[in-house]
Ligand binder design. Structure first.
Ligand code: E4P
Length: 216
């Protein structure tokens, strides 16, 4: 499963990129406005730091506007992926852009049937939102594994990108459920590496090493 950061913050991206395990980035309009930067320049900077897919979202709601916007976004960098919402206009835009070879991430997916539509529209990624389903007492992780299973049964190529991740447990469940990628906030990415036994073990190894050196 590819590991993506869900952020538009360059410091966060640089910090995790240095670990060597960052496969891509997802942004959304809410994350972009927090950075108070020009959208295009920000996405282009992100695309220079990370060579994998970087999703940038359209804000138009109608088909024509989305196509115009999406086709422009697609020229910003080689690794940019155009993000559209799972609406009738989003599906139409996805179909047309995919035909032209543009990679599209269909976002705000909350059901297996929506994921089927996204795949039939040629989506490169579909983004089921795990945390937002959990928020309304539905199992978001279950949805991820159901979509992965349905794509397998139907031999559909669209990649499942688990999104709206709130906890390390969501990441683990996405990986075990067959997601192709998982995008998570900086805080959750950092939680993945931490374990108290790793810290305690390292502390002991280094203390033993130092005391042995001191005795020589
Ligand atoms: C996905 O691409 C979205 O940016 C994202 O994961 C939304 O997550 P949230 O529900 O935490 O806002």
């Amino acid at each position: 499963m590819q590991l993506f950061l869900d952020t538009a913050n360059l410091d966060e991206i640089q910090e995790i990129a240095a670990w060597g395990v960052l496969d891509g980035i997802t942004t959304n309009p809410s994350l972009v406005v927090k950075e108070k930067r020009d959208f295009k320049k920000l996405v282009q900077e992100i695309c220079k730091i990370v060579s994998g897919p970087v999703s940038a979202e359209c804000v138009s709601e109608d088909l024509e506007g989305m196509l115009k916007e999406g086709r422009d976004i697609a020229t910003w960098a080689e690794n940019v992926v155009v993000k559209v919402p799972l609406t009738p206009a989003g599906l139409g835009a996805c179909k047309q852009m995919s035909k032209d070879g543009i990679k599209v991430n269909v976002t705000l997916c909350f059901s297996v049937n929506q994921a089927l539509l996204a795949a039939r529209a040629g989506a490169y990624f579909v983004s089921p939102f795990v945390g937002r389903l959990d928020d309304i007492n539905q199992d978001g992780s279950d949805l991820v594994s159901q979509i992965a299973e349905m794509y397998h049964i139907q031999a559909l190529d669209t990649q499942v990108l688990a999104a709206s991740i709130r906890t390390p447990m969501h990441v683990q469940q996405a990986a075990l459920g067959g997601a192709d990628a998982c995008t998570m906030p900086f805080k959750v990415f950092k939680q993945l590496v931490s374990h108290p036994l790793t810290d305690a073990g390292l502390e002991k190894f280094l203390a033993d090493w130092k005391s042995a050196k001191a005795a020589v």
